[in-house]
Design a protein around this ligand. Structure first.
Ligand SMILES: NC(=O)C1=CN([C@@H]2O[C@H](COP(=O)(O)OP(=O)(O)OC[C@H]3O[C@@H](n4cnc5c(N)ncnc54)[C@H](OP(=O)(O)O)[C@@H]3O)[C@@H](O)[C@H]2O)C=CC1
Ligand SMILES: O=C1O[C@H](COP(=O)(O)O)[C@@H](O)[C@H](O)[C@H]1O
Length: 543
């Protein structure tokens, strides 16, 4: 059997050594289940992270970044691809092609992206050589997003680089949403692979509400199968978000406590210490609820709250996520607080307000901060508030999940804990970024005579525990897309369910022209968030 025939299903090739051995065996209908030499080479190559899905030297992957002249491509996508290459995760044969309307030569593209490529701090040997090798594989093709002719030219260029190998093609749509469908159409009709798979990564935003999202989905599905569409939410690629399932389902000490019986509230907090700088034009059409809550924070809630999946297969995990999202009550304006940052001066330095951005209308009421109380109407979570908070231009940059547990019933140590019993409850904190960590606040006896308790922390700080640098979220997701692993990408029914929770609120805010509460740049955000929490008998854990 030639090596590449092991890839039984283009939509879900195997990822790990055991999967390959299993597949190799399950593919062989004869009684002889041992691996051929080709198969062994293929298994080993893939176990080393090399040549994933490609069948070693017989095939190639062409990665086209549509919108390559843009911010995301430069800051995230090219660097992530380089990091994968640097660590030996890309197939032996691959090409990266930038595509956008801007006129640029291959050399100009290389120069533009090279400043953002970095080598792993923990393994910086041969950095310059590797960079040069990577850049030699990067090309640029100028073209319009709605031109079949330009995509056909791209197709010819890709073919030239593919040199007759079985060619798999990955398109990354890193363009504004108004050109998603045009680019998907032209890519699919004029530049699909005729010999291997063709997949398309679509960036957010996936619409502005239920209707526009459904329109976008049906637009994309005119040219692509659902299996070819990889809707990316880069928060799903973050190490601590990926770790949520491990924490829950591989530790007996957590999962039995994971319900209304023991958990008082859950807080998902996103804070950035900078404003919309440079992205005001995009942001003003969307606002923080669409930019962060409807996708990144909701995905975290789904992974946190879902029932255990049957397996870790993409469809099993996504089925559970859809189920829990569908159990969520649509958000109401009464359970939401919105804010917008205003200018602030400190020590002679002026921090601009949101509406000082020249691309934002002076009278904009777009929220740059929002807090919301979400409820999941199912047996596990009935009555437990999930408080989400997201804001730009705040005091710190931080994303974390805080789980506040209930009081210990009939606590023997009530007397020793003082009057604020809330402060003495256990709290589990999963700090997604920066300084990834998981820590659990517990009550502990202060050593010595007598019985004095204090709050201590069982602390797993990743930097202390693990010496390896944590890969960027885009690295994991790009590698998954190349491998056909769909678990960390959003399925269309998940997306529909997510919009159902937010659309009524968004429409209400717009219809009522709700004015956001102003908060100074660099502050802790509007007090409305505290009133909202208090209404649900919660105190934010991060203040
Ligand atoms: N930047 C970020 O941090 C993040 C971005 N995203 C999403 O990723 C995608 C790309 O983001 P980003 O790189 O910041 O976007 P950009 O605004 O930088 O756009 C990318 C490229 O698209 C082209 N373009 C820009 N505006 C238009 C337009 N109105 N019509 C047609 N083409 C246009 C430009 O290329 P040219 O003129 O050369 O054709 C531009 O270089 C967007 O969907 C964004 O929402 C998601 C998460 C984070
Ligand atoms: O999707 C987005 O995410 C970034 C924050 O991502 P992070 O990985 O740096 O936390 C946010 O700044 C941007 O507004 C939003 O579109």
């Amino acid at each position: 059997m030639p090596a590449f025939t092991l890839q039984a299903s283009p939509s879900k090739p195997p990822l790990f050594l055991f999967d390959f051995i299993f597949l190799a065996n399950s593919n062989s209908s004869s009684s002889n289940t041992s691996l051929t030499l080709d198969q062994v080479e293929f298994v080993i190559a893939n176990a080393n992270g090399v040549a994933a899905t490609t069948g070693a030297s017989h095939s190639t992957v062409s990665i086209t970044i549509v919108g390559a002249s843009g911010d995301l491509a430069k800051k995230k996508i090219f660097p992530a691809l380089f990091a994968l290459f640097y660590d030996g995760h890309l197939p032996q044969h691959f090409t990266v092609c930038g595509y956008a309307r801007s006129k640029m030569t291959d050399e100009e593209l290389r120069l533009k992206i090279s400043g953002n490529l970095t080598c792993r701090i923990d393994r910086s040997e041969n950095c310059g050589d590797k960079m040069e090798e990577f850049l030699k594989r990067c090309f640029y093709h100028p073209g319009q997003y709605d031109s079949l002719e330009n995509f056909a030219q791209l197709n010819e260029k890709l073919k030239g680089h593919e040199q007759g190998r079985i060619a798999h093609r990955l398109f990354y749509l890193s363009v504004p949403p108004n050109v998603f469908v045009d680019a998907a159409k032209c890519g699919s009709l004029a530049a699909s692979s005729s010999t291997g798979w063709t997949r398309v990564i679509v960036e957010k935003p996936f619409g502005r509400d239920s209707e526009s999202s459904a329109q976008l989905t049906s637009g994309l599905k005119q040219y692509l199968n659902e299996d070819q569409i990889y809707r990316i939410d880069h928060y799903l690629g973050k190490e601590l978000v990926e770790n949520l399932s491990v924490l829950r389902f591989s530790n007996l000490v957590f999962e039995p406590l994971w319900s209304r019986k023991y958990i008082r509230n859950v807080q998902i907090i996103f804070a950035e210490d900078f404003g919309t700088e440079g992205r005001g034009g995009y942001f003003d059409r969307y606002g923080i609820i669409r930019d962060i809550m409807q996708n990144h924070l909701l995905q975290i809630v789904a992974l946190f709250a879902m029932e255990p999946p049957v397996s870790l297969d993409a469809e099993d995990v996504r089925n559970e996520k859809v189920k829990v999202v569908r159990s969520m009550r649509p958000l109401s304006i009464e359970d939401t607080a919105v804010g917008q940052y205003k200018g602030y001066s400190k020590d002679g330095v002026r921090f601009p307000g949101y509406t000082d951005d020249s691309t934002v209308p002076k009278n904009s009421i777009t929220p740059t901060f929002a807090a919301a109380a979400l409820f999941i109407d199912n047996a596990r979570w009935d009555g437990v508030p999930f408080l989400m908070k997201a804001g730009k231009a705040l005091q710190t940059r931080r994303t974390e999940i805080r789980v506040q547990f209930r009081h210990v019933p009939g606590n023997l140590f009530k007397r020793n804990l003082g009057t604020e019993l809330d402060k003495a409850t256990n709290e589990l904190v999963i700090r997604v970024q920066p300084d990834e960590a998981i820590y659990l606040k517990i009550n502990n006896k202060v050593p010595g005579l007598g019985m004095r308790l204090d709050r201590s922390t069982l602390d797993l700080l990743y930097a202390d525990r693990y010496s390896k640098e944590i890969p960027d979220a885009y690295e994991r997701l790009l590698l998954d897309a190349i491998a056909g692993e769909r678990r960390l990408f959003i399925r269309s029914d998940e997306l529909d369910a997510a919009w159902k929770i937010f659309t009524p609120l968004l429409k209400d805010l717009e219809r009522k022209k709700t004015a956001p509460e102003l908060y100074p740049y660099g502050s802790r955000g509007p007090v409305g968030a505290h009133y909202l929490a208090a209404k649900h008998n919660v105190k934010w854990g991060d203040v």
